[in-house]
Design a protein around this ligand. Structure first.
Ligand SMILES: [Fe+2]
Length: 286
């Protein structure tokens, strides 16, 4: 069993780093912490970074988790190799690029690249956002899955992942007491389906709703409230068409993990929004 502490960062390819910087700083409200000819690092809390855009294919996405035990890198790799999972160890140069001491990578059954990091770097200075969006940190991703039942079994078999709730066949998975760090959504391709940043309060969600409208950012779902986590949310289209979400769903803590009963919600818009907002997101439609 590979023990994960939390979701850590995403890495996204782009052909347009300048556009990525404009969106993430002027709209999303993250802080640039590093920039080279082919890299843009951003943070939304006191980790070194939670988002890295690199010059490359815009469909090239990576999600990283931090290992609970920083000494468990070798045993995690052994376990994945033994299970026949395509995996490998990151080089020193690659670890440096990620601002972690070491990491391994693997492909999930859909083909998503996942990295498991040990001793990721913290920021020495406090988070100072480019826009007061109320961001408190990276929350979770929606991950594309060509078979959510198969991929759920993969995450439950090899990792400390637990199902918090389902919407249709799609599980919302957690590796700690927060409601979810990853949700698997049925698609016919790999990749990140959406990236969530947590905000401090409902007022932040609504302030951003009006801010995004004023700035002609396409809102694709919300404002609304999730039936699952109870979070108040807003989804909008970002750089290269990536869907970003603000929500304050962190307040939903699974108090007694052993007693938590995962609930099954139907694949219906009301499961995504109890207020009645209709998603303009293909994977959220029944
Ligand atoms: Fe979400």
């Amino acid at each position: 069993m590979i023990e994960l502490r939390d979701i850590y960062y995403t890495r996204l390819g782009t052909r347009d780093l300048e556009g990525a910087e404009k969106f993430t700083t002027q709209i999303l409200g993250l802080q640039v912490v590093g920039k080279t000819n082919d890299r843009l690092y951003l943070r939304g809390d006191n980790k070194h970074h939670s988002l890295c855009y690199f010059l490359g294919d815009p469909t090239d996405h990576t999600v990283a988790f931090e290992l609970r035990d920083w000494t468990a890198v070798n045993s995690a790799l052994e376990q994945l190799e033994k299970a026949g999972v395509l995996c490998g160890r990151g080089t020193d140069a690659e670890a440096q690029d990620r601002h972690v001491e070491s990491f391994i990578w693997f492909l999930d059954p859909t083909g998503n690249r996942i990295e498991l990091v040990s001793r990721p770097h913290d920021a020495a200075r406090r988070y100072f956002p480019s826009r007061d969006a109320g961001v408190t940190g990276f929350g979770h991703v929606g991950l594309c899955s060509t078979d959510p039942v198969r991929d759920q079994a993969f995450w439950l078999n090899h990792f400390n992942a637990l199902v918090s709730d389902w919407i249709g066949p799609c599980p919302l998975l957690r590796v700690n007491t927060r409601h979810h760090q990853m949700a698997l959504f049925a698609t016919d391709h790999k990749g990140i389906q959406h990236i969530n940043y947590q905000v401090a309060e409902v007022d932040d969600v609504m302030r951003s709703y009006y801010f995004l409208k004023e700035n002609n950012v396409k809102i694709v779902f919300g404002p609304g409230r999730h039936a699952t986590s109870g979070g108040i949310f807003l989804y909008f289209e970002g750089h290269d068409g990536m869907i970003y979400e603000y929500s304050n769903s962190d307040r939903k803590i699974i108090e007694s993990p052993d007693d938590h009963r995962p609930r099954q919600f139907p694949m219906h818009p009301s499961s995504f929004c109890v207020w009645g907002a209709k998603p303009d997101i293909a994977e959220f439609k029944d």
